[in-house]
Design a binder for this molecule. Structure first.
Ligand code: UDP
Ligand code: MG
Length: 330
């Protein structure tokens, strides 16, 4: 046995009844073949389908399958953070439940961790399912993010990554902002890092939980939490509008003195509309940052747990769900 004694595999689940049994069927043989012990932590992010029942059955059948049930849907990011908080391994893998992240990659991840790498980012070589629109939107998102922030993010990184004890401590104790972007933190926190390429499969069953609208909202949050540059656009716009104003004043005086004509009504309307549009856009940007500050100041929990199963500290660790209600943000 190498330096890893227990591997924690963290899987977030939101309405995944169609795929959970298949996920276990594909993943368990891979985990059984590992040179270390393992725990499989499913974080049920407030699913409203049959997922909680399926997960409870799995936990009853195998005590290495552990469950965290959220009190409601808190989102994928919160689910991953909760998994990290509760995991007791000395190495951690985060992955999706829909088999887009192939479990067959886990042995390579463990080998890299054994070699001494502390952060392993999994890089997609293709995303068969996302579709042209989602792929183009994702590419545009990373282009803008890389432009406006100081960190360079890999366009093909995903929520499939692994890390050792030290980065886990950092993620548990810091990086607990109200809007989190874990896959970016992983690329940003340093440590001994490597990446492994993988081919993203099609979602094995069920539907994607991320609509374009939800992705847009998520992107705005990422921009706001990773860059202050949008806030400074107002300075640029203010300066540009000032210069245009000076030109307009000079033009109006010229027209008035040389031609004696009042300046055009249409020009006025266009100018007013344009300047108000810019003004409201800038107010919108400031509003996004303000809303981020308000959420931070409120300091509400990142997630609330309703029950857990097979986890240390449970009222019951025999697969039945313990009443381990707990809030997890300092
Ligand atoms: N997920 C979650 N909470 C949510 C939405 C999604 O835990 O509010 C989980 C979902 O069950 C899956 C993973 O996050 O395991 C990725 O979601 P999905 O596959 O729908 O996203 P996509 O791969 O289409 O971007
Ligand atoms: Mg998916």
């Amino acid at each position: 046995m190498g330096q890893i004694s227990l591997l924690s595999v963290i899987v977030s689940v939101y309405n995944e009844e169609a795929v959970l049994d298949l996920f276990r069927e594909k993943t368990l043989p891979v985990l059984e073949g590992l040179p270390c012990s393992w725990e499989l932590i499913f974080v049920n992010d407030g699913s409203r389908d049959a997922s909680p029942g399926i997960l409870s059955r799995m936990a009853l059948e195998d005590r290495r399958i552990k469950l965290i049930h959220f009190s409601r849907n808190y989102g994928h990011e919160a689910a991953m953070i909760a998994g990290i908080d509760y995991a007791s391994g000395d190495a951690f893998v985060c992955m999706d439940a829909d088999l887009q992240h192939p479990p067959d990659c886990i042995p390579d991840i463990v080998a890299a961790l054994e070699e001494g790498y502390e952060v392993i980012t999994m890089i997609r070589t293709g995303n068969k399912q996302a579709g042209i629109l989602k792929n183009a939107a994702s590419s545009l998102f990373y282009k803008i993010l890389n432009r406006i922030s100081d960190v360079r993010f890999d366009e093909n990184a995903s929520d499939f990554f692994a890390f050792s004890q030290a980065p886990a401590k950092v993620l548990r104790e810091h990086f607990r902002e109200s809007s989190r972007f874990l896959r970016a933190y992983i690329q940003d926190i340093g440590f001994r890092k490597t990446s492994i390429a993988y081919e993203a499969n099609e979602r094995a069953a069920g539907k994607s939980k991320y609509s374009l609208r939800r992705l847009f909202h998520f992107s705005v949050q990422a921009f706001v939490s990773y860059s202050d540059l949008p806030l400074k656009i107002s300075l640029f716009c203010g300066t540009a509008a000032g210069l245009v104003c000076i030109l307009m004043i000079a033009y109006s005086i010229y027209m008035k003195t040389v031609h004696g004509a009042p300046s055009g009504y249409s020009t006025l309307i266009v100018m007013i509309c344009f300047l108000f549009a810019v003004l409201f856009f800038l107010l919108g940007i400031i509003g996004e940052y303000l809303s981020l500050i308000v959420r931070e100041v409120r300091d509400r929990p990142v997630y609330l747990v309703r029950t857990t199963a097979n986890l240390e500290g449970d009222a019951s660790v025999d697969g039945k769900e313990g009443d381990n209600t707990q809030q997890c943000k300092e």
